[in-house]
Design a protein around this ligand. Structure first.
Ligand code: ADP
Ligand code: MG
Length: 241
């Protein structure tokens, strides 16, 4: 392959061609067919890289799937409803999803199943605990990494915030949380998991007016699921001895 071809391939970001693949067209291919093969390979490579990049950016800590979710154990959602959730049509309509319930009842599992599916289907996703997203928002002015993360969050189709309510929230954090919910309102789907029902959010946020305004936006187009039960971890406790 000529160096001019390699340099042109690089200039047009045709990575498969630049790597020297397709240096010789098989004899039985017409010029147009050959070109089609080259461009197809470039398109596939781009798609593969885009998926890898979306996966990396999503920062989903573990893989959980819908099929592993046991609706006999967690009765707050039926198999049929799970199928509707899995279709992710609600993401296109910027619906929010709030999962409320005690520890170990499968909230993070379902959030991760949604997140993984969304990445697979081409959506941009961000997963973070409340603690880590607050850190990002608080440090965006002084940290390049945090600023980049905020830019990614603002580009996302789905923003997952896990464990809202486990740790106390400062006044500054309550304001930042409100700003985030307002900013994403009607444009991006929010998926929130919490151990606290909405009635406890005024106390959690330390401000009843702010909590009302936040819940007003969050729940306008929203599905709330109340997880119940003693928790999977306790029911399936494993021991060394
Ligand atoms: P939560 O976020 O509500 O505290 P998790 O989603 O982290 O709970 O669940 C704890 C563990 O139990 C995880 O390993 C999860 O996969 C499993 N688990 C919980 N509920 C279910 C369920 N309904 N079906 C299958 N696994 C479950
Ligand atoms: Mg959890």
């Amino acid at each position: 392959m000529t160096s001019e071809l390699v340099s042109l391939a690089k200039r047009f970001h045709l990575s498969v061609l630049a790597q020297g693949k397709f240096s010789r067209s098989p004899d039985n291919l017409s010029g147009e067919q050959y070109l089609l093969e080259v461009l197809r390979a470039e398109a596939n490579e781009r798609e593969r890289r885009a998926i890898a990049e979306r996966k990396k950016q999503a920062r989903l800590p573990t893989y959980k799937s819908f099929s592993e979710f046991d609706t006999n154990f967690q009765k707050c959602i039926t198999r049929e409803q799970l199928v509707t959730l899995e279709s992710l049509e609600w993401l296109d309509q910027a619906f929010n999803l709030v999962l409320i319930g005690p520890p170990g009842t499968g909230k993070t599992h379902l959030a991760l199943a949604v997140g993984n599916k969304a990445v697979e289907l081409g959506y941009k996703v961000s997963f973070a605990t409340m603690e880590s997203i607050m850190h990002v928002l608080k440090t965006q002015e002084i940290s390049v990494k945090s600023a980049a993360r905020v830019r990614w969050i603002n580009k996302c189709d789905l923003v997952i915030i896990d464990e809202v309510g486990y740790l106390p929230i400062s006044k500054t954090e309550a304001n930042l949380f409100f700003s985030l919910v307002s900013q994403l309102y009607e444009a991006t789907s929010l998926l929130i998991t919490s151990n606290k029902g909405f009635s406890g959010w005024a106390e959690l946020l330390g401000d009843a007016v702010l909590a009302t305004a936040l819940l007003d936006r969050l729940t306008h187009r929203c599905q709330v699921l109340n997880f119940e039960g003693e928790g999977w971890r306790i029911a399936n406790r494993k021991q060394i001895f």
